[in-house]
Design a protein around this ligand. Structure first.
Ligand SMILES: Cc1cc2nc3c(=O)[nH]c(=O)nc-3n(C[C@H](O)[C@H](O)[C@H](O)COP(=O)(O)O)c2cc1C
Length: 408
């Protein structure tokens, strides 16, 4: 575990999340105090210089996003923490919030000051009811100590759909509408909640902000992969020995993640594939395990780091059947707003099901590839755009498994 480096989880297990005094005793809220003495443009510049990229999946430059909202004149701006964490196999945001709620609150308060927002909302996954009280208690403690100034922070329980993690669907849901993505542009930093400039950041992104402010942009940008610096919290599941979480610099390889941190395959079986980033992640074969986990390097092999979920499969697993389960998930979770995703996820499930139960023909595999191309190009949001990655990556790297199931 020597490779572990904890920034987002720096206080995990070291503070009592119920006690703000514990957080304060470890330098808590010092970053906010420092930020409040800085010029707002200079503060945003520091975050830009740190090259911190969003940890919620899309990997957008955090400081750049803040600068868009900063540059808009508005009577009201919002900072939203995306704590929806609907990605199967992902529980990193829960760990951060339950272990150290104040780091999130401090990160949000810094973001709010930077962009000129006075209102913040944590959009919290509905399946985390115990966290509602913990977060509200932490906010009350920070307010009682007059640490938050005029920044008002509330906790909103999510609507329960996977798509509500998509930032514009999340905003729709907060406004009381169905959780469906909006057409973009305009992007939320320009026109978000109630049409006002809105920053939406993931829990892990916000949790590292206090450390960047205290230790400096150069410190952060020197950690891990220079193109995607810092650390990433990974949650391991599947056929791996250590089904647990790690926060590691972004230049560790997938091989290290699976075989060192993960301890390798559980049984006497062999490694077959690893899916990184959640249900919409690509399946990566053994030959690509020396790739480092940073977003840019992963993109080179057609994969993503996404939410940091790491799902390991041994060689007894049936990838076509697993993909059939995945296509069912996306068919169920598609919100139905746009045609390529609504119809595409259904047709994709039908085609993969047909192949899986031995009724498919070679032409069906061509159709799957064609449909995947249309969905990834034409869908309105990331759900439909990325839903096809598991199927296309397994067709590319594990085509023999599909071929073995064809009718002829
Ligand atoms: C279908 C879908 C689900 C998503 N779910 C989440 C989620 O649960 N948590 C999250 O932070 N981002 C999620 N995202 C990404 C958000 O749209 C957005 O990019 C992110 O919250 C921005 O924060 P960041 O820049 O700090 O990563 C999802 C995107 C899509 C398309």
């Amino acid at each position: 575990m020597a490779v572990e480096m904890r920034i987002a989880l720096r206080n995990y297990g070291k503070v009592d999340p119920n006690k703000i005094e514990d957080y304060l005793s470890r330098g808590g809220y010092e970053a906010l105090k420092k930020a409040l003495t800085m010029d707002r443009a200079e503060l945003i510049d520091q975050v830009k210089k740190s090259k911190l990229k969003g940890r919620g999946g899309a990997s957008f430059n955090c400081g750049q996003k803040w600068s868009f909202a900063y540059n808009v004149d508005a009577d009201q701006k919002y900072v939203i923490c995306n704590a929806d964490e609907g990605e199967p196999g992902t529980y990193k945001d829960r760990l951060i919030m339950e272990g150290d709620p104040h780091t999130l609150i401090e990160g949000m308060a810094i973001a709010a000051y930077a962009v000129g927002a006075t209102e913040g909302i944590v959009y919290l996954r509905g399946e985390y009811p115990e966290l509602v009280e913990l977060l509200r208690q932490a906010v009350a403690q920070a307010e009682a100590k007059e640490l938050l100034g005029n920044f008002k922070l509330s906790v909103h329980i999510g609507a329960g759909a996977y798509v509500c993690g998509e930032e514009t669907a999340l905003i729709e849901s907060l406004e009381g509408q169905r959780g469906e993505p909006r057409f973009k542009p305009p992007y939320p930093p320009v026109s978000g909640l109630w049409g006002k400039p809105t920053i939406v950041n993931n829990v892990e992104t916000l949790a590292v902000i206090p450390e960047i402010i205290l230790k400096g942009a150069d410190w952060f940008s020197s950690i891990g992969d220079p193109e995607f610096p810092g650390t990433k919290v990974l949650t391991l599941s599947g056929d791996v020995k250590n089904r647990t979480f790690f926060e590691v610099p972004t230049d560790v390889t997938l091989r290290d993640v699976v075989f060192e941190l993960g301890g390798g395959i559980r049984s006497d079986k062999k490694f077959k594939a690893v899916q990184v980033g959640g249900t919409s992640g690509a399946f990566i074969p053994e030959s690509q395990l020396d790739t480092t986990i940073g977003h840019t390097k992963m993109a080179l092999i057609g994969a993503t780091l996404g939410s940091g979920a790491v799902f390991v499969l041994d060689d007894s697993r049936d990838l076509v059947d697993i993909n059939f389960q995945i296509t069912k998930f996306f068919e169920h979770e598609s919100c139905g707003k746009c045609t390529p995703c609504r119809e595409g996820t259904m047709r994709m499930r039908e085609l993969v099901e047909k192949v899986n139960c031995g009724q498919g023909k070679a032409a069906d595999l061509d159709l799957i590839t064609k449909l995947a191309r249309v969905m990834s190009t034409a869908s309105l949001c990331g759900l439909g755009q990325t839903a096809t990655a598991p199927v296309t990556s397994t067709l590319k790297h594990f085509s023999t498994e599909y071929a073995a199931k064809l009718k002829e």
